[in-house]
Design a protein around this ligand. Structure first.
Ligand code: AMP
Ligand code: ZN
Length: 471
């Protein structure tokens, strides 16, 4: 299995740190608004990567954070005259609903920055003790970038070139950095902002430190894969490496994966250009599965152009998979019997599409080619089954199609939209509650149950698992 590593800029064979296990951290959204379709790209792409590892038999520990302390959240809270926690809690919930609609499975853990401040203080303290960080007069703590010899190794930037660009900033800026390249680990509070006590001043963390700390806490000092959108390569991921490797004394992530951007009508999607869509905007017009299909129809390292025309063609392409799945479902209830001799040979042919699918996925998760393999399977099924086929044959093909589509998180049968979105959301919450219980975080498990109850969903723990009903 090969993965393109941003660090080496080549495809490398995937060798896990621990056999059979994958430790994976994906930078999640800043929660101040409904997520946009750009944010949905890494969610869908890396959820598919996770599904494929699981299909291959790996146990995946998947961590994805919510950044819940940030200027944008604070501004929004001030606009609405509420505490910033009201804003972040609201948009974490909304984000989880969007993820459930898009069939993005909940992470093993979804840590939140504001709940990990103690760990951040410990890591900053450690960096100060090792001389990788220092406190300025006003209480700000900076990372001493030049001391970290490998700085720039991920983004392939040269420190001296960066220096000339930044010198102006240092001269004109009011801050008290030793060097223009130094970045903030902790900053003093300002009026109207949330803050925490620390050995340096009452304040809040800089953005980068949260991911170093949460990754260490939930996955350990060394992880297999660290991922996110390509805008995060610099400075976010570069700074994470500097923090984690200086603090822990070992290499941080083995493979760095970055998805390219989603553009709208071939232009960068941005609020200021007015070409900005939330996932909700799109789901008013399209089935979430169409959006998911669309995101996977292009390789994750290629830019993805969102236009009505492209989404419409995704819609009709995905319909072909659905029609095939629906046809198999119909035939399964209208045929009978065991596999016939000639069908056994045909099943071997069906398996060749799975091989083709795997080859594409093994080549840096090429979902575009993997989906082509699904279409070839669909085409072949359409000409190979009919009313004369045995039930066993139809069921075997149904399973084959289901397995490949499911790795992409795609359904092969139509669902009743509204009820189904609710079901997906509740199932995701149940999974998260189960994970919280396993981690002995009973307060969180209870909070999930209570939040569902407020929405009129009652959970029942039974011997067969958790059941739920609407009241
Ligand atoms: P943010 O909330 O801006 O930190 O973004 C959360 C995640 O979405 C990060 O991994 C970003 O790189 C990614 N992201 C943001 N905008 C886009 C876009 N237009 N296309 C693809 N990924 C994006
Ligand atoms: Zn991050």
């Amino acid at each position: 299995m090969k993965i393109f590593n941003t660090m080496s800029r080549t495809k490398e064979e995937f060798v896990p740190l621990e056999p059979g296990k994958v430790k994976m951290y994906v930078c999640g959204p800043t929660v101040y608004n409904l997520i946009h379709i750009g944010n949905a790209r890494p969610m869908i792409v890396f959820d598919t990567v996770r599904r494929y590892f699981e299909y291959k038999g790996y146990e995946v520990n998947y961590v994805s954070n919510f950044t819940d302390v940030d200027d944008k959240i604070i501004n929004k809270a001030n606009e609405e005259g509420v505490d910033s926690r009201v804003i972040s809690d609201r948009y974490i919930e909304e984000c989880k609903k969007d993820m459930a609609s898009l069939n993005v499975r909940p992470a093993t853990t979804h840590p939140q920055a504001t709940k990990e401040i103690g760990g951040m203080i410990d890591m900053i303290d450690n960096l100060i003790r090792k001389d990788y960080a220092y406190k300025a007069q006003d209480g700000t703590v900076y990372y001493r970038t030049r001391k970290f010899r490998d700085y720039g190794k991920l983004s392939h930037k040269d420190l001296d070139n960066m220096q000339s660009g930044l010198r102006m900033l240092a001269v004109t800026g009011a801050d008290q950095k030793e060097d223009a390249l130094d970045f903030v680990l902790w900053k003093p509070k300002k009026e109207g902002e949330p803050y925490w006590e620390s050995p340096w001043c009452c304040g809040r963390p800089g953005w980068h430190i949260e991911c170093s700390v949460m990754s260490k806490r939930y996955l350990g000092d060394q992880i297999d894969i660290h991922a996110g959108g390509e805008d995060l390569i610099f400075p976010h991921h570069e700074n994470e490496i500097a923090q984690s490797e200086a603090a822990n004394g070992v290499p941080f992530a083995k493979y760095w994966m970055h998805n390219a951007f989603l553009n709208i009508d071939n232009r960068k999607m941005s609020k200021s250009l007015g070409n900005f869509f939330t996932v909700r905007d799109i789901l008013e017009q399209y089935d979430p599965q169409v959006l998911r299909y669309f995101m996977l129809s292009v390789h994750y390292r290629s830019p993805l152009n969102f236009s009505r025309e492209n989404v419409e063609s995704a819609k009709s392409a995905y319909e072909r998979i659905l029609n095939c799945g629906e046809n198999l479902k119909f035939l399964a209830s209208h045929t009978e019997g065991e596999l016939k001799e000639e069908e056994k040979a045909l099943l071997e042919k069906a398996d060749s599409f799975r091989v083709q699918f795997e080859e594409a996925m093994d080549d840096d998760f090429n979902t575009a080619d993997a989906i082509t393999a699904i279409f070839e399977l669909v085409k072949w099924i359409n000409t190979s089954v009919n009313g004369e086929s045995s039930k066993a044959f139809v069921e075997a093909l149904r399973k084959e199609l289901f397995t490949l589509a499911d790795i992409c998180g795609l359904f092969i049968e139509r669902k009743e939209d509204v009820e189904d979105d609710l079901a997906a959301y509740v199932e995701a919450q149940i999974a998260e509650r189960k994970a919280a219980k396993k981690a002995k975080d009973f307060a969180k498990a209870d909070a999930i149950r209570d939040a569902l109850r407020e929405k009129g969903i009652i959970l029942e723990d039974t011997r067969e698992g958790v059941k739920w009903k609407k009241v």
